[in-house]
Each structure stands twice: as C-alpha cells, then as structure tokens.
Design a protein around this ligand. Structure first.
Ligand SMILES: CC(=O)N[C@H]1[C@@H](OP(=O)(O)OP(=O)(O)OC[C@H]2O[C@@H](n3ccc(=O)[nH]c3=O)[C@H](O)[C@@H]2O)O[C@H](CO)[C@@H](O)[C@@H]1O
Length: 362
C-alpha cells in the first residue's frame, strides 16, 4: 500500500515506484490511499492504479484552535486506515509525503507491517518528521535531509523514483502533441504541479517578445490558473511559437525534448531535471515550509546546474533576459547540462526496491 499527495511532487514519485515494481513484475497487488479531493484523486485513478480514500486535513500553523478538527479527523482516519490494512494485508506500506500519508503509515506501523517514508526535500515535511518515529526506513533524496531526522540508523539516501523513470529517455517528437515543432529549441515554463500566479503574470507580460525569438515556448499555467490567464489575455494574439495549456499529463513524454526549463524549485521537478540534464531557471516558491525551495534552487545554482531568479526580482524583463542569455549560448547550455546530470540519481527506484525486499524478508 502506498500513500502520498496534496501536490504532484508527492504523488509522481509514488507512481514512478509503482511503475518500476510493475515493470520488474514484483507487484501482485497495490492500493493507493489518498484524500477524496487532493490532486491524487485525479492523477492516481487516471494512471490506472486502484485508489481508495481517507478524509484528513493538514495541520494549521496559524490558527491552533482549528486543529481540534484536524486531530479528530486524524484519529478517525487512523481507525479507517487500520481496517484497510487488515483487509488488504500488504507486505509493506510506503508514504511519500503530504499529510494524506500520515494515517495510513502510522496505522500500518501500529499493525506491525514493515513501513518506509520517502522525503523528497532537503528540509523534511511535518508529516514525515512525525512518521519518522514509527517507520522502519527513512528514504531521502538530498544528503542534507539527514540532518532533519533524529533516527539516523533508519536513513538511506536513494534519490527520487521519478528520476529513474525519466533517466535515459530520448527525444521523441511528442511536442507535436502541443502543435509545437519537434525540431526547434524549446523552453518549458511551469510553476510546479499547481501553477504559480507570479510566474504566469511575468510570462503574460513577456508574451509579445517571445513571438520574435528563434525558440518556441510551452507555457503551462496550472489547472486552477488557466481561466484567469485566458481572461487576462483577452483579445491579445498569442504568438505562433507559444502554446498555452493548463496542465501536462505526461511530463516524461516531453521533457527529453526540452532545451531549457523555467519553473519553481520543487524537489520532484529537480529530480527530473537532474536525471535528464536539462538546464533550468529556477524561481523558488517563497510560500513553502522553511523556504525549502530556495535551498533546493541555490544548491543547483552553486553547482552551475541552474540559474536562480528570486520571485522578488521576477519581471517580464528579468525573465526574458535570463532565458535569452541561456538560449543564445550553446556553450553555456552544454556546461549547465553537464553540471545538472552530475547531480542525478538515476537508480532511485531500484535502490528503494532492494530496501523493500530486504525489509520484507527480514
Ligand atoms: C507549493 C508546494 O508545496 N510545493 C511542494 C511540492 O511541489 P510540486 O508538487 O509543485 O512539486 P515538484 O515541482 O517537486 O513536482 C511537480 C511534479 O508535477 C509534474 N507536473 C507538473 C506540471 C504539469 O503540468 N504536469 C506535471 O506532470 C512534474 O513533472 C513533477 O513531477 O512538492 C515538492 C516535493 O516534491 C516540494 O519540493 C514543493 O516545495
């Protein structure tokens, strides 16, 4: 059984691990557990994975009184999760982050089922810190995440399963699905799995300028922002070399054809970028726990793999300048590609599967 959600950054690593288990014919049955309304409730069933739900909500750091309901829901969720675990009888239970995973992993540990959590970030999430006490293994993707957990003997550095899923993928002309040319240099712009209004605004202001560039642009707004972007566009013409879409369902299909990625600095995106060696401009979200995206982005920038553009400095002009400086310089692209690839973990899923097998057989 597996659980993780809220944002794509917690869901796609779980799906990548499941796909690898299926590829290696190691999976007899799987149950994915999420909340009824989270992003996972759309993405997981669409991927053909059996999905069941538990009602839960995140911890409110601002209004502590609001947490009475959170605690009440958590206790009910644990009760339901225990029943699910007893019925499904999994060999192992894995949590990939987001508060959705707390009830299932906690319940499984209490039922003496082997358990693991996967932390994608260098700064651990609240749920994983809580679960760390109960699980058998803590899998991390960045070496510095180890400082965040007291249970040192449980920690293993594995990278992110999504890296193995995309590593080695070759250009494949799938940009044609978006009416873009497979042979032209391409800039992909998206603000994480849910989109980011400040990035969308800067791109909209730069739209006319993009029209006169030699490269083409795939601009992903995020589902919730799409209508707003269309409203802001009004009657303005979209240049022929720019395509605007709400979401890309199959990101691994197009990533090998991307010349430069502009986006947030979510950990799962970074795992993909480093597995494929895609140069990037990272605009870290300042709205995440302990500003962890800035840490992700600055370690990429220090390694020469990415350019960091803080949101406070983001305008149409700074965005265009940063993009043009890289797109117009093949040498720089090659150097960034090399530095990016050096940070990748292309065997993450197989390393996790080995640990799963060891734990099940122990
Ligand atoms: C606001 C927030 O809490 N963000 C967190 C969230 O980010 P978020 O969910 O945005 O996560 P990431 O950037 O890490 O991953 C996004 C994932 O969604 C995919 N994708 C994105 C857009 C799209 O149209 N289609 C698509 O498939 C990407 O390819 C990637 O696999 O989880 C990450 C953990 O991994 C954290 O580091 C981020 O700080």
């Amino acid at each position: 059984m597996i659980s993780g959600g809220g944002t794509g950054g917690h869901i796609y690593p779980a799906l990548a691990l499941i796909r690898r288990l299926q590829e290696r014919k190691l999976l007899d049955a799987i149950q994915y557990v999420g909340t009824p309304n989270g992003l996972e409730s759309r993405i997981v069933p669409a991927a053909g994975i059996p999905f069941s739900t538990i009602e839960l909500q995140g911890f409110n750091r601002r209004n502590l009184f609001a947490n009475f309901r959170t605690v009440d829901l958590f206790l009910k969720a644990v009760h339901k999760a225990k029943a699910m675990v007893r019925e499904f009888q999994p060999d192992i239970v894995i949590g990939t982050g987001g508060y959705v995973s707390s009830a299932l992993v906690y319940a499984a540990a209490r039922e003496h089922i082997p358990t693991m959590i996967h932390e994608q970030n260098s700064i651990a999430g609240v749920t994983n810190k809580f679960l760390a006490h109960y699980v058998d293994k803590i899998l991390i993707a960045f070496p510095d995440a180890a400082d965040q957990f007291r249970q040192k003997d449980k920690i293993v550095l594995v990278g992110n399963p999504r890296a193995q899923e995309v590593a080695g993928l070759q250009p494949n002309a799938r940009l044609a699905d978006f009416q873009l040319s497979p042979n032209r240099s391409t800039v992909l712009i998206f603000g994480g799995s849910r989109g980011a209004a400040p990035i969308n605004e800067a791109v909209l202001s730069a739209l006319a300028e993009f029209g006169s560039q030699s490269y083409q642009v795939l601009f992903v707004t995020g589902n919730v922002h799409y209508q707003n972007v269309l409203d802001q566009l009004g009657d303005k013409a979209v240049p022929n070399n720019v395509k605007i879409v709400p979401y890309v369902d199959d990101m691994p299909a197009i990533l090998p054809d991307v010349t430069l990625l502009v986006g947030r600095a979510g950990a799962t995106s970074i795992a993909e970028i480093t597995a494929l060696g895609i140069p990037s401009i990272l605009i870290p979200s300042p709205y995440v726990t302990h500003n962890h995206q800035t840490k992700n982005a600055s370690s990429m920038a220090q390694a020469g793999a990415a350019v960091m553009l803080p949101e406070t400095a983001l305008t149409d002009k700074t965005l265009l300048n940063a993009i043009t400086a890289i797109m117009g310089d093949d040498d720089r692209q090659a150097k960034m590609k090399k530095a990016t690839l050096a940070l990748g973990h292309p065997h993450a899923s197989d390393d996790i599967i080995q640990l799963m097998q060891d734990l099940i057989q122990a």
